[in-house]
Design a protein. Structure first.
Length: 206
């Protein structure tokens, strides 16, 4: 079963009453799960595109969910060329009852703040800005090893896993077993690095 939820006019703050209003009573299950300390909720944000790695994310979660049934996966993907393909994969998954697909969400940060961890599953990316957005919300991040995405990190702000389905699966298991990253990412240091790199482009002495 696929539950495709529609959330509109969300606010960036965590306002439970607003979430309930937007979800409707029929979606109260997910709200209860987000508030249940015995359930781990993992979230991914990205369009329905092969690049985003939803196929391997879903497969990895399916294996993981068999071992840890008190786990949920939320995918926020309002549009993209492989939407129906992804929906079909979820529908046919043995973990389909524990996977939520979101559509037409104006602001996903309310859910992101309430989830236990953000999972970055892309096959390739440039910066991977959503990783840094998650860190800005002090979220735990599990990310595949993409040099362009983690280049500004010192190595302990996120949980880095192999760039594969197996890597994602092992990331789920590690987090479930208590592994945590130091999510105190220094945006001041990040800004200095990016400014220095930009200025270096115009340094004629180099």
């Amino acid at each position: 079963m696929i539950e495709e939820l529609v959330l509109e006019d969300s606010k960036s703050d965590i306002l439970l009453q607003q979430i309930i209003k937007d979800f409707g009573i029929s979606k109260i299950r997910l709200i209860n799960e987000l508030l249940d300390p015995n359930i781990k909720v993992y979230i991914n944000i990205g369009r329905y595109d092969k690049q985003k790695g939803h196929d391997r994310l879903i497969s990895a979660f399916e294996r993981f969910n068999k071992q840890f049934p008190n786990s949920r996966l939320v995918i926020v993907a309002p549009y993209g060329p492989i939407k129906e393909e992804t929906r079909s994969q979820v529908a046919n998954s043995t973990a389909n009852e524990n996977i939520y697909l979101f559509s037409r969400m104006n602001n996903p940060y309310t859910l992101l703040k309430m989830a236990d961890a953000f999972v970055f599953s892309s096959y390739y990316e440039g910066l991977g800005l959503v990783v840094y957005e998650a860190l800005a919300l002090d979220k735990q991040v599990i990310t595949v090893n993409l040099p362009a995405t983690i280049r500004y990190l010192n190595g302990d702000e996120v949980i880095v896993v192999d760039n594969s389905e197996q890597g994602l699966y092992e990331g789920f298991v590690s987090f479930q077993n208590g592994k945590r990253a130091n999510s105190n990412f220094s945006f001041e240091q990040y800004n200095k690095k990016t400014i220095n790199e930009f200025e270096a482009l115009f340094d004629l002495n180099k």
